[in-house]
Design a protein around this ligand. Structure first.
Ligand code: ADP
Ligand code: NG1
Length: 459
């Protein structure tokens, strides 16, 4: 499946929302005075377990959601890229398709599109890419941990591939999109882009990296997965919190590698460290406790341990937006990563074995994951912690933050017979209590594993 290109379908062949596509077309015709030649579509995702470990090289367990980004496209011969959005808050943008800058300091929406266009143009080594007139329509809640940004990057890359009459496998395109989203400045892993391309309806996926692999994960019967948005927005590219975590994990790996006598510069991430040491995942926590201290590390201390100057450290370990960070939590971050990687393995195993108490076991793992994210990784926030607690009190067997965190969504596993009651309780306890009733329809919903990215042709 992953070796196939993203599917090309006819708009009429599918169960897609005809009304939505008609509206996009209407906007397109009004804007460009011609009809779209095709529509590219890429979904957002909810991660069930495995948070902040993809960029450390460990497997994760997401599923695609129904909410997606759609781009209506008409290829042109004038090398111009024209972007328009169905949402008024996103302003029109124009540039030459082969020549533009991606502004990291100002992550405006068009920069995510440019990431996909630039990534695909380079990947296909297109010397003369065609121009594109585009209308973008997205319904993935933005900056909420459901990967609206990756849906946009993946969709733009897919649109560029189709407009230039090219075709590559889902795996290749997903891998490329993970790299090109980093043009925006965040140093994420490849989870979002992998599930956006490789998803299939009805199944979650275990995604592994280096090399990119996917495996179906059949979720137990009798439970529903519910997303609830805390309505606290967190744009990852606009602050240094996300990259600080990436850097802390890298430094933890480098300090342990050095302490174990490895050539630390040759280690890629915490998973690579485990491989080089030929240890089991279960043994890594002991190593963290042996080599790292709980107190924050100053930059000076890290430099002394690794035997480098501050300038060299910037080269080997930091990112552009973390050069100013003066202290790092290494022990806490590494403990989260190794324990979370184990929880992903356990989650997958329970889904394979389906013991009689499968849902209870999965729920426990989700709760432990949240606690670890909140306590060790410090990527939650008060509102999100409150929401997760409320979800548990309202009948969820397990609940946790999903995505990068610091706001955004929780995902909860709820016994299907109690779903209606659960939704009512969370609606009252969170949304009504905070006067957020106007957003509750988009903010609180049960979700099913959705389909992956595709091209739709007008018939
Ligand atoms: P997420 O967790 O949703 O990926 P990010 O903070 O990484 O959040 O990215 C959110 C950004 O993606 C938005 O600020 C916006 O620039 C862009 N974006 C998301 N959805 C859309 C959309 N429908 N149209 C245009 N840009 C979008
Ligand atoms: P979101 O929630 O989409 O910002 C980010 C990273 C993922 C992963 C999660 C945390 C990007 C594009 N995405 O996701 O790779 O690290 O955080 O598990 O950087």
């Amino acid at each position: 499946m992953a070796d196939q290109p993203p599917p090309v379908r006819f708009l009429t062949d599918t169960k897609i929302d005809q009304e939505r596509y008609s509206k996009i077309k209407e906007k397109f015709v009004k804007k460009y005075n011609c009809e779209p030649q095709f529509y590219a579509r890429a979904p957002g995702r909810v991660n069930l377990i495995g948070e902040h470990i993809d960029y450390c090289g460990y497997g994760v367990l997401p599923m695609a959601i129904e909410q997606d980004v759609v781009i209506a496209v008409c290829a042109t011969s004038d090398s111009k890229l024209s972007l328009s959005n169905t949402h008024e808050k996103y302003c029109d943008f124009e540039c030459s398709v082969g020549e533009f800058e991606i502004d990291k300091s100002q992550p405006d929406w068009h920069n995510y599109v440019l990431c996909g266009v630039k990534g695909m143009t380079e990947f296909l080594t297109l010397t003369n890419p065609v121009g594109m007139q585009c209308v973008v329509d997205g319904c993935v809640p933005s900056s909420a941990g459901l990967s609206s940004s990756s849906a946009l990057v993946c969709c733009a890359a897919l649109a560029t591939m189709q407009a230039n009459n090219q075709s590559r496998s889902k795996r290749e395109v997903a891998d490329m999109c993970a790299s090109c989203e980093r043009y925006i400045g965040t140093q994420g892993g490849g989870m979002d882009q992998a599930i956006s391309f490789m998803a299939r309806p009805g199944t979650a996926k275990k995604i592994d990296f280096n090399p990119l692999r996917e495996e179906d994960v059949c979720l137990p019967e009798g439970v529903a997965f519910v997303i609830s948005n805390s309505c606290v927005e967190k744009n990852k590219a606009a602050t240094s919190d996300f990259n600080t975590r990436v850097v802390e994990c890298r430094l933890a790996m480098q300090v342990i590698a050095k302490s174990e006598g490895l050539t630390w510069r040759e280690c890629k991430n915490l998973a690579d460290l485990q491989n080089k040491l030929k240890l089991r995942l279960q043994d890594m926590d002991d190593l963290v406790q042996k080599h790292l201290h709980k107190e924050k590390y100053t930059k000076k201390e890290v430099c002394e341990i690794l035997g480098v100057s501050a300038e060299e450290l910037a080269e080997t370990s930091l990112s552009a937006n973390t050069l100013h960070v003066e202290s790092f939590c290494l022990y806490q971050r590494a403990r989260h990563v190794y324990s979370e990687a184990l929880r992903v393995e356990e989650f997958q195993q329970v889904c394979k074995d389906v013991p009689s108490d499968a849902a209870i076991k999965l729920g426990k793992l989700m709760n432990q994951s949240h606690e670890s994210c909140s306590k060790w990784y410090e990527c939650s926030c008060t509102q999100l912690d409150d929401l997760v607690n409320l979800c548990i009190q309202s009948g969820a067997i397990g609940s946790r933050l999903t995505g990068a965190g610091w706001g955004g969504c929780a995902v909860s596993m709820v016994p299907s017979p109690q779903l209606t009651q659960f939704l009512e309780k969370v609606k009252d306890g969170y949304y009504m209590a905070r006067k957020l009733e106007s957003v509750v329809i988009e903010a609180l919903f049960a979700t099913q594993p959705g389909d992956g990215a595709a091209i739709y042709l007008p018939s």
